[in-house]
Design a protein around this ligand. Sequence first.
Ligand SMILES: [Zn+2]
Ligand SMILES: [Zn+2]
Length: 322
Amino acid sequence: MCAVSVPQGQPTPAGTDSMRAAVFEGPDRIVLQERTVPRCGPTDAIVRVTMTTICGTDVHILRGEYPVAPGRIVGHEPVGVIHELGSAVEGYAVGDRVLVGAITPCGSCFYCQHGTGAQCSGHHDHWEMIGGWRLGNSADGVQADYFRVAYAQYNLAKIPDDMSDEQCVLLADIASTGISAAETANVQIGQTVAVFAQGPIGLCATAGARLKGASLIIGIDAIEKRLNLSREMGATEVIDFTQEDPVAAIKRLTGGRGVDVAIEALGKPETFQWCLEATRPGGTVSSLGVYGGKLEIPVEPFIYGIGDKKILSTRARAARSA
Ligand SMILES: [Zn+2]
Ligand SMILES: [Zn+2]
């Protein structure tokens, strides 16, 4: 993963109101443009970005696999400093270092009140899929000098002085999403967990399984460096799926049963199927991947609906609960 550090100090000459921003113009085209610094409403904050990073989801956007409107500023993983604060926001001050989650829920709609901030409908009557994800999706994002945080009271988290930007930046989405896969699957102490693909989110899912107390954690990937990192993040076994059939290997490691929980962190139909096949009867598939196309679910590994397997889908937790 590549964290992008923004040069410190005033990014634009004093007195001007323009900033630099990475803008999605269409598939395969993200360009740097001059934009106006966003205005701050009473419940907003304007944050000056000091560090951000590029997510797998941004890659899906770039390829045109996840639709965002042309002209949208991309990016949803910011660390920064409060530049301007709305009059209704309390407990924060201009100059505070803050982390803002990728999901910026309103905190008060039906979905927020029921613990699914990612599905926030804001103050609208209609609901849209993953409506809580505003930055770089339904609103301008953070790969810019400044961005606007909606519902700032609910979405700013102060950063302790002894933590660097780099230590925090993944918490905005990548780490909180990865860890939430283990949380959503309700991994129990002593359980067995397989994590399919050890990219940044998969590695954080592996760490999440470890934090939840799993005893056998199997990291699956094809890149040696990632498999080594997987061990560092908590995997007790690793499988290179180009060297051996991962489902057979998981069965071998679990006494023929399969794992209690399989986490899908790649977003491909093949890995989803492997997750279904590698999970024991009564087990759980926790799916994180953003599937670019159509996902067909094979019925055989499900044993035609009577295998008691559960499929859960997870998106990043809301900012401050991450
Ligand atoms: Zn992301
Ligand atoms: Zn809401």
